[in-house]
Design a protein around this ligand. Structure first.
Ligand SMILES: [Zn+2]
Length: 307
C-alpha cells in the first residue's frame, strides 16, 4: 500500500531552510558576529552564543561523513525506498546534515566521497526535501505521488484540492470489506465493558424463548465500533495532510438487528468532501450489513477531518 510519508514540520526558526528548498536554494544560518555556520537552525550561534544570525545561501557541495543502508524500513511508510541510504553529509561550510542518498548504486557509496545536492519535490504543494548524490547527476527529482494512480493503483488526491475532492463524491457504494463473525463471547465482553447486559444481548436461553429474533442480538454500538476491524476498500487516497482525526458522526442508525452468530461486512461511499476552515472534512457513509442481508444493520455517516 502506498502510504503518506511523514514530512518535517517547519518551525518559525527553521522555516527559511524549508522555504529555500522549495525555490531550489540551500540556505543556512550564519553568525553575524563570528561568521560560524550553524545547523540545524537555532536561535543562537553555537560558537559565540550570539543571537545575530542571518540566512545565507550555500552551494550544497559536501562530502559523505557517514551512512547506513536501512534494509528494513525505518517506518512502514518508507518500505518503497528500501534499502534506504541514510546519510550524514558534511557541507563545505563544515555543518553536517541528516539526509538520504539517491541515484547511487550501493557499491558507489563511500565515506568521504564528494556529494552534490538534489532537490526532491515530494508533493503537489511543492514541499521539497534535500537529498544528495554524486556530482554531475540529477539535481532535482519529483517524488510526488502520481495524481492518477499510486503504487497500489489508488487515485491520489491532494487533501486541499477542492475540485479533486468534489470528484470523489458518489452515490455508488464501493466493494465489501472482509467479514467478521459476531459471537456470544464478543457480545458478552461488550456487555461487561459497557454495562449494558440486557438479556436480549446476553441470555441465549431466554432469548430463544422470548426474543422476536429467536436468539440474542449484538448491541448496535458494538457493531458500529467493529467497523475498525473491517477493511473497507476505497479507491482513492488523500495525500498531503499532516493529521487525520475522527470528527464524529453526522448520522448513526441501527435499522436491522445483528443476531449473534452472524457474519457482518461493510461498504462505504463518499457522501461529502470539502475544504472547510477547520480542515478538509470528508463524510463517509458506511453501511454495515449482516452478510446476505439487503437492509443495513448500521448506517454511520462518519466524518473525518484532515489537516
Ligand atoms: Zn558566533
Amino acid at each position: 500500500m502506498a502510504m503518506q510519508k511523514p514530512l518535517p514540520i517547519a518551525t518559525d526558526i527553521s522555516r527559511p531552510f524549508w522555504d529555500g528548498l522549495k525555490q531550489g536554494k540551500i540556505q543556512l544560518p550564519r553568525c553575524d558576529d563570528c561568521q560560524t555556520w550553524v545547523f540545524y537552525p537555532r536561535r543562537h550561534c553555537t560558537h559565540c552564543f550570539s543571537h545575530q544570525l542571518s540566512w545565507q545561501e550555500v552551494s550544497g557541495q559536501g562530502t559523505l561523513y557517514s551512512y547506513t543502508l536501512a534494509r528494513i524500513p525505518t517506518m512502514p511508510e518508507f518500505a518503497d525506498e528500501a534499502p534506504q541510504a541514510m546519510a550524514v553529509v558534511e557541507l563545505d561550510e563544515g555543518v553536517r546534515l541528516n539526509t538520504t542518498l539517491v541515484g547511487l548504486a550501493e557499491d558507489e557509496i563511500e565515506v568521504g566521497m564528494t556529494l552534490a545536492p538534489v532537490f526532491a519535490k515530494v508533493n503537489a504543494k511543492g514541499d521539497t526535501l534535500l537529498r544528495f548524490t554524486a556530482p554531475n547527476r540529477e539535481t532535482t527529482r519529483d517524488e510526488t505521488p502520481s495524481l492518477e494512480a499510486g503504487v497500489d493503483g489508488k487515485k491520489q488526491v491532494p487533501f486541499d484540492d477542492g475540485p479533486a475532492l468534489a470528484s470523489l463524491v458518489t452515490g455508488k457504494f464501493g466493494d465489501w470489506s472482509n467479514e467478521l463473525t459476531i459471537d456470544q463471547e464478543l457480545v458478552n465482553r461488550f456487555a461487561e465493558l459497557s454495562g449494558d447486559d440486557y438479556w436480549l444481548h446476553t441470555d441465549p436461553e431466554r432469548a430463544k424463548r422470548e426474543s422476536p429474533y429467536g436468539t440474542t442480538i449484538a448491541h448496535g454500538a458494538l457493531v458500529q465500533i467493529l467497523q475498525s476491524r473491517l477493511k473497507i476498500p476505497l479507491d482513492f487516497e488523500l495525500t498531503g495532510f499532516s493529521t487525520m482525526v475522527n470528527y464524529g458522526s453526522d448520522r448513526l442508525r441501527f435499522p436491522a438487528p445483528v443476531p449473534v452468530g452472524s457474519k457482518v461486512h461493510a461498504r462505504a461511499r463518499v457522501k461529502d468532501a470539502e475544504p472547510t476552515r477547520k480542515g478538509t472534512q470528508v463524510t463517509l457513509e458506511v453501511h454495515t450489513h449482516v452478510v446476505g442481508q439487503e437492509r443495513p444493520s448500521v448506517i454511520n455517516d462518519l466524518v473525518i477531518l484532515y489537516r
